[in-house]
Write a protein that binds this ligand. Structure first.
Ligand code: TUI
Length: 316
C-alpha cells in the first residue's frame, strides 16, 4: 500500500484525489471515488448554493466516506456556495482559480479541512500560514485553468516551502506519474483527465471518445489575454478562441462572450463545434474506460511496482 500523512488526516485508503472538474464532478463521480477509497470531490463551480446542497445530499445518500467540494473562486455564486459548505458540514474543501483567504477562517472555524489548489510557492506559503490542512500544487499540464509553472518544477519547490502535505496535480494519469510525484516530494496526487473517462463519470459520450482518441499534442492553451489561460482539447471552438484572442479587432468583451456556455456544451451536449472540452496533456495516456475502483487499484499497483524496482538504477 502507498500511504502518507494525507490518508490519516482524511481517513482515506488511497492518497488520491479526483479533481473538482467544473460541470463534470457530480455526486455520482465523487461518491464512486470516495467509496473506492480515494477522495471524491464535487465541483461547486457551476452551481448555486441550493444546487450544491442537493448534490451534497445526493452524495451522502450513496456514500458515508470522506468527500470534498471544490470552490471555484471566480464563480458568481462563490459566497452562497461557501456558506452551504459550512451549513452542510462538508468535511473537505478544495479551492481553485484564486486566493481563498477570505473564506478560510470561516471554514476552518466550522471544522472544514481546507486544501487550496495553488499554482505558486507564494500562495502555498500564504494558505499554509492561515491554517490550510494541505495544498494541491497544480502544474500547467492540467486541463482547465492553469498557472505558469509546470508540475516537474512546481512540486519540489512547493514541497520545500511548506510543512503541510502537498498533493501533486497536472500531468499525472498512470503509475509512472504517481511514483514520480512522490519522488518530487508530494504525499498524494490529484487526477482529473483519467477520471473523465471513468464509468461513473456522466460526461457526454462524445467527450469520453475525444479523450480516448487524443494523443500527446491534442491540447491547446487559450485565454491568456483574458487573464485566465485554459487548456482544452483542440476542437473547432478552442482553435477559434485562440485565433480570436490574437485578433486586435476583437474586444475582450466579445472574446468572453464567445466563450460563455462552452463548458456546458461540451459536458452536457457533447457539442463537437461549440463545446470547450477541458482536458489535460495526459489525455494521450488515457486509453480505456474503467470504474473508479479499477483506476485507483491499477494506478496504485503500477506505482508500487515502480517504487519497489527504483533501486535498480543505483550501482554499488
Ligand atoms: O481552477 C482550476 N481549474 C479550472 S477552474 C475552471 S472554470 C473557469 N472558467 C472560466 C475562467 C476560469 C476558470 C476550469 N478549470 N484549477 C486550480 C487552479 N488554480 N489552477 C490555477 C489556479 C490558480 C491561479 C492563480 C490559483 C490561484 C491563483 O492566484 C491566486 C492569487 O494570488 O490571486
Amino acid at each position: 500500500m502507498i500511504k502518507s500523512r494525507i490518508c490519516d488526516m482524511l481517513s482515506i485508503r488511497y492518497p488520491i484525489f479526483q479533481g473538482g472538474m467544473a460541470w463534470v464532478a457530480d455526486a455520482d463521480l465523487a461518491a464512486a471515488v470516495s467509496n473506492a477509497g480515494g477522495l471524491g470531490i464535487i465541483a461547486g463551480m457551476n452551481m448555486t448554493g441550493e444546487q450544491l446542497r442537493a448534490e451534497i445530499r445526493k452524495l451522502r445518500a450513496k456514500c458515508d466516506k470522506t468527500f470534498g467540494v471544490n470552490v471555484m473562486l471566480m464563480s458568481p455564486s462563490v459566497a452562497e456556495v461557501a456558506e452551504v459548505i459550512v451549513e452542510e458540514k462538508v468535511p473537505v474543501v478544495t479551492t481553485g482559480a484564486g486566493n481563498p483567504l477570505v473564506y478560510m477562517k470561516k471554514w476552518i472555524a466550522a471544522g472544514v479541512k481546507v486544501i487550496p489548489v495553488v499554482a505558486s510557492v507564494a500562495l502555498a506559503q500564504m494558505v499554509a500560514k492561515r491554517g490550510a490542512s494541505a495544498v494541491v500544487a497544480e502544474g500547467g499540464e492540467s486541463g482547465g485553468h492553469i498557472g505558469e509553472a509546470n508540475t516537474m518544477a512546481l512540486i519540489p519547490q512547493v514541497a520545500d516551502a511548506v510543512d503541510i502535505p502537498v498533493i501533486a496535480a497536472g500531468g499525472i494519469a498512470d503509475g509512472r506519474g504517481y511514483a514520480a510525484a512522490l519522488m518530487l516530494g508530494a504525499e498524494g496526487i490529484q487526477m482529473g483527465t483519467r477520471f473523465l473517462v471513468a464509468k461513473e463519470c456522466n460526461v457526454h459520450p462524445n467527450f469520453k471518445a475525444k479523450v480516448l482518441k487524443a494523443g500527446d499534442t491534442s491540447t491547446i492553451v487559450s485565454g491568456r489575454r483574458l487573464g485566465h489561460p485554459i487548456r482544452a482539447l483542440k476542437t473547432p471552438f478552442s482553435r477559434k478562441f485562440a485565433e480570436l484572442e490574437k485578433d486586435p479587432n476583437v474586444s475582450d468583451e466579445e472574446l468572453a462572450a464567445f466563450g460563455t456556455g462552452a463548458l456546458r456544451k461540451a459536458v452536457v451536449d457533447g457539442d463537437d463545434e461549440g463545446g470547450s472540452f477541458l482536458c489535460g496533456e495526459v489525455a494521450g495516456l488515457v486509453k480505456k474506460e474503467q470504474t473508479c475502483r479499477e483506476i485507483l487499484e491499477e494506478i496504485t499497483a503500477q506505482a508500487e511496482e515502480i517504487l519497489e524496482k527504483a533501486g535498480q538504477f543505483i550501482s554499488r
